[in-house]
Ligand binder design. Structure first.
Ligand SMILES: C[S@@+](CC[C@H](N)C(=O)[O-])C[C@H]1O[C@@H](n2cnc3c(N)ncnc32)[C@H](O)[C@@H]1O
Length: 297
């Protein structure tokens, strides 16, 4: 299929783990991959928060391609496909492709110009060089080690972009500020678990400079959005607090809870405590969007 130089010999996760894995599924959730609807609800909430924060599903200057029937758009780590399905609803002309290493995307009732494929990015994307006008990757900063980002991920995304096409990387900082004691302890445990897997919890802060350092990209744009919890005068604070509380509840019920030696009977009171602390301490974190154009040689 003309895919060049993309397969690298990474040991992606610890050797004990088998089959496709996702750090977000492993660490932040008590759900098995099969328990789709609850997972979808959380992913949808996050999608709504990001869209409200940046006031659009993308920040790259790509309006010209959205009415082009030959244009191709790729979402990498597409999850349940909310971003792609909303894009196709808003801009129905291009062709859309979603890739995820887990089959969490819809398999039926998908518009004819949308194709989802289960595939591991670290195996190299299953597309020839110079295929897409726009490549989007969101909330996957913790899915790859810092070394994988540095040596492979941006370059592989660039490979499948057409010259003149746009890459957009959107990620949250995982380390929160102004946490109360309960959230602080949980947040610290999550960050430590990610670091033990050679993942940088603050990878979102590195995208801009790493992309800028690659000569294949130019016109790098950076946008930053502030997600405030507990302060309900902020438009998305209520929904962000709710989403955080549910994420924490799941984390306590899953592997993180085991590491923290949380008694399952305490889970509800701890997540209620997090909500109360949000109102007292007003914790916040940032989402970053970095857009860059592949150079025309
Ligand atoms: C936090 S979710 C984000 C989903 C979606 N992009 C969104 O914004 O809602 C991260 C996604 O990356 C996927 N992922 C993790 N490692 C991957 C890999 N090596 N190749 C492809 N997808 C991967 C996970 O399965 C998961 O669906």
């Amino acid at each position: 299929m003309g895919v060049k130089n993309s397969r690298l010999n990474f040991s992606k996760k610890s050797p004990k783990q088998k089959g496709p894995q996702s750090n977000c599924h492993d660490l932040w959730t008590s759900l098995k991959t099969g328990e789709k609807s609850e997972h979808d609800e959380k992913e949808h909430l996050q999608h709504v928060i990001i869209k409200e924060l940046f006031k659009a599903n993308f920040s790259s200057p790509i309006h010209n391609i959205l009415s082009d029937p030959d244009a191709k758009i790729l979402d990498v780590g597409c999850g349940s496909g909310f971003w792609l399905l909303e894009m196709v609803a808003d801009y129905s002309t291009p062709k859309y492709f979603g890739i995820d290493n887990l089959s969490t995307f819809p398999t039926s009732t998908v518009p004819s110009n949308v194709k989802f494929t289960q595939h591991d990015l670290l195996e190299g994307l299953p597309f020839p060089d110079d295929t897409f006008e726009f490549v989007h990757i969101q909330s996957t900063g913790s899915e790859f080690t810092e070394a994988q980002w540095e040596t492979f991920v941006y370059k592989e995304l660039a490979r499948v972009l057409k010259p003149g096409g746009w890459l957009e990387v959107c990620d949250p900082e995982i380390e929160f500020s102004n946490c109360g004691p309960t959230l602080k302890q949980l947040n610290l445990t999550v960050c430590n678990c990610l670091m033990a897997r050679n993942v940088n919890p603050q990878m979102a802060l590195r995208h801009q400079s790493l992309i800028k350092s690659l000569p294949i990209f130019s016109n790098v744009i950076h946008e930053k959005g502030h997600i405030q919890m507990g302060n309900y005068t902020h438009k998305i604070a209520k929904i962000s607090t709710m989403s955080l509380k549910e994420a924490c509840r799941d984390a306590y019920k899953g592997p993180i809870g085991k590491i923290m030696k949380i008694d399952p009977k305490e889970v509800d009171s701890l997540s209620d405590k997090i909500e109360i602390e949000c109102e007292l301490y007003k914790p916040y974190y940032f989402y970053h969007r970095v857009c860059a154009q592949k150079v025309i040689t």
